[in-house]
Design a protein around this ligand. Structure first.
Ligand code: NAD
Ligand code: DAU
Length: 350
């Protein structure tokens, strides 16, 4: 079994690569990543020299390079995570999101279709998507199911919705074996410190302001990234082709409540007096088009494929804080940009 994982140098992708490389030593795993600002091969140091793993630097917007890789790789499956993933960046540069998330996904679909050439037995194109395609919910009522109509609001979620539609269109039109999952907000180790939790952990460490958008009333549904990786494994191996599965932890938090909990954990871990970190909270201008609330029903995945999350949020947040505090050099290399030289240092001359 040879699986191509795209975006494996990113936050979730690195957890998925680690999971598959360690759990399935008889599978070959190829990690394709363009190493944008969000790609960091240092995330995979612990498995980089495993015999069933290799890294290929390539850009999914480069159709020619992707076709060549599929010809050479003879992949049985694709787990597609490569994407521009940050909503704020999509507001300032939407076109980049269309290129990677839409055009890049279509390039992969075309390459898989050409390489498999109708011989679809044992093949699967698994597209990783987001709950943001469903739009937004009222405070305290409603939940996203697989039947919720798409209603994306940000350029990021519009690009992910579009890529989901293309994956379904290739299943319906060409019979390309495909599956999609839509997951809620992930948290955990190796997340780029532009996203809420690692950004705020880093700012608290450095006694910098914590920029809370609007009134901090927005609600997100949080899932430990390791549990997302295990869900992806279950779906990859057991899903019915053509289906969509929602993934989430039934774990809604209002931003301000989460931030106050995080501040209190950080005070305790850093030996600061209770309330010290919360003084860094600064209310700033709201994100444009800010979705009020996400909540996801992962009942189908639980009922049909037997997946359940392993960790309660409070425990997961403690573990996450511990990881960032125990790995200050990772945070420093990421925030200073030094991590971007790692690929040349490790792969020069290969
Ligand atoms: P990330 O930004 O941490 O990582 C994205 C990876 O994709 C990086 O390694 C980057 O180098 C790579 N990449 C970007 N453009 C590329 C291109 N043109 N060619 C090849 N590689 C490219 O993202 P993440 O948070 O790990 O998200 C991974 C996937 O999961 C995305 O598809 C995202 O939409 C989805 N998702 C994320 C979350 C979340 O909470 N972070 C939740 C649900 C779904
Ligand atoms: O729901 C899944 C999505 O979750 C994924 O598809 C995206 O890739 C991922 O980035 C994430 O999107 P969010 O926009 O929800 O995540 P972010 O960490 O950017 O923000 C979480 C909440 O915190 C959101 O309501 C905005 C708010 N926020 C965020 C930042 C970075 C702040 O108040 N201040 C901040 O500085």
């Amino acid at each position: 079994m040879h699986i191509l994982i795209t975006g494996g140098a990113g936050f979730i992708g690195s957890h998925v690569v680690r999971h598959f490389v360690n759990r399935y030593p008889d599978y070959r795993i190829t990690n394709l990543d363009a190493l944008t600002y969000a790609g960091n091969l240092e995330n995979l140091r612990d498995i980089a020299s495993k015999p069933n793993y290799r890294f290929v630097k390539a850009d999914i917007t480069d159709a020619g390079a992707i076709h060549e890789l599929f010809e050479e790789g003879r992949f049985d499956g694709v787990i597609h995570l490569a994407a521009e993933s940050h909503v704020d960046r999509s507001i300032s540069n939407p076109t980049e999101f269309v290129m990677t998330n839409v055009v890049g996904t279509v390039n992969l679909l075309n390459a898989a279709r050409a390489a498999w050439n109708g011989a679809y037995e044992g093949k699967l194109f698994y597209h990783i998507s987001t709950d943001e395609v469903y739009g937004t919910l009222e405070q305290g009522t409603g939940i996203f199911t697989e039947e919720t109509p798409y209603d994306p609001h940000s350029p990021y979620s519009a690009s992910k919705a579009s890529s989901d539609h293309f994956v379904r269109a290739y299943y319906d039109t060409y019979g390309l074996p495909a599956v999609i999952s839509n997951c809620s907000n992930n948290y955990g180790s190796y997340q780029f410190p532009e996203k809420l939790i690692p950004l705020f952990i880093n700012n608290i460490r450095n006694r910098k302001p914590l920029p809370v958008y609007g009134k901090g009333e927005n609600v997100r549904d949080w899932l430990w990234v390791v549990d997302h990786a295990s869900a992806i494994d279950v779906i990859y191996h057991n899903a019915k082709h053509g289906e969509t599965y929602n993934i989430g932890g039934h774990n809604e938090w209002k931003n301000i409540d989460l931030i106050r909990l995080l501040c209190s954990i950080m005070d305790r871990k850093l030996g600061r007096k209770e309330g010290e970190s919360a003084e860094l909270i600064t209310y700033v201008t709201d994100r444009a088009g800010h979705d009020l609330r996400y909540a996801i029903d992962s009942g189908k995945l639980q009922r049909e494929l037997g997946w359940t999350p392993s960790l309660q949020f409070e425990e997961g947040l403690e573990k996450t804080v511990d990881w960032y505090l125990e790995n200050p050099e990772w945070l420093e290399r990421v925030t200073s940009g030094t991590y971007q030289h790692y690929y040349e240092e490790q792969y020069r001359g290969r």
